[in-house]
Design a protein around this ligand. Structure first.
Ligand SMILES: Cc1cc2nc3c(=O)[nH]c(=O)nc-3n(C[C@H](O)[C@H](O)[C@H](O)COP(=O)(O)O)c2cc1C
Length: 190
């Protein structure tokens, strides 16, 4: 069932969705940098831009190592990705040297910009949160002042038939909670 917006929003918001079907066509450096360029323009607290992106192409040692960190469910489809990106964010403000309470929120904004640009560019962009974060920190040499936020699988759109039958059934955009459940006038409501 196609997604239906309840108010007149731009289609970019409902056209983006997290497919798992990726082809074996490579993602070019130009395509990839276009995604990071979109992410770069995200807003952040004090314009600190705490996000960092570590990427690796398929058929490299690091790509294989990152796939191995995922739970088997994620491995089963992310093994078709052309690129894996790990998004991290700095948990200290550069301007004060004090702990930041905003870095994860800011990184989320950058992720969304990347995802929307990917959708506009016709790519599959799929976030992955179920992997071994501690092992990723070690493999990627991430210093303590950075938090690993998420991994992102990127590829060109593929045929859903390459996926296991149970995943093929999930190759449809999902829905959202109604506004009444997430928006409150004045006070919070359960
Ligand atoms: C931070 C984050 C982590 C996610 N982790 C996973 C994951 O580990 N495996 C997976 O298959 N999908 C994962 N997803 C995809 C979500 O399930 C998906 O975004 C959600 O169901 C909404 O669907 P949509 O992106 O198609 O609109 C993740 C998404 C986000 C934003």
């Amino acid at each position: 069932m196609p997604r239906k917006a309840l108010y007149p929003i731009s289609n970019i918001f409902i056209n983006r969705w997290s497919s798992r079907a990726m082809s074996d066509q490579p993602v070019t450096n130009e395509q990839l940098m276009t995604l990071f360029e979109a992410a770069r323009w995200a807003p952040s607290g004090y314009n600190e831009q705490p996000w960092r992106f570590i990427y690796t192409y398929k058929n490299t040692k690091l790509w294989n190592e990152l796939i191995a960190l995922m739970i088997p469910f994620n491995q089963s489809w992310a093994k078709n990705s052309a690129v894996l990106v790990v998004i991290i964010s700095k948990n200290f403000f550069d301007r004060t040297g004090k702990p930041s309470h905003l870095h994860t929120f800011d990184a989320g904004a950058a992720w969304m910009s990347l995802a929307l640009q990917g959708s506009i560019s016709g790519l599959v962009i799929h976030a992955i949160g179920d992997f071994d974060y501690d092992a990723a920190k070690t493999i990627l040499d991430i210093p303590d002042e950075f938090k690993i936020e998420v991994m992102v699988a990127i590829g060109n759109k593929g045929k859903k038939e390459i996926l296991a039958p149970e995943l093929q059934a999930r190759e449809v955009p999902n829905d959202r909670k109604p506004l009444s459940e997430i928006v409150f006038e004045n006070k919070f409501k359960e």
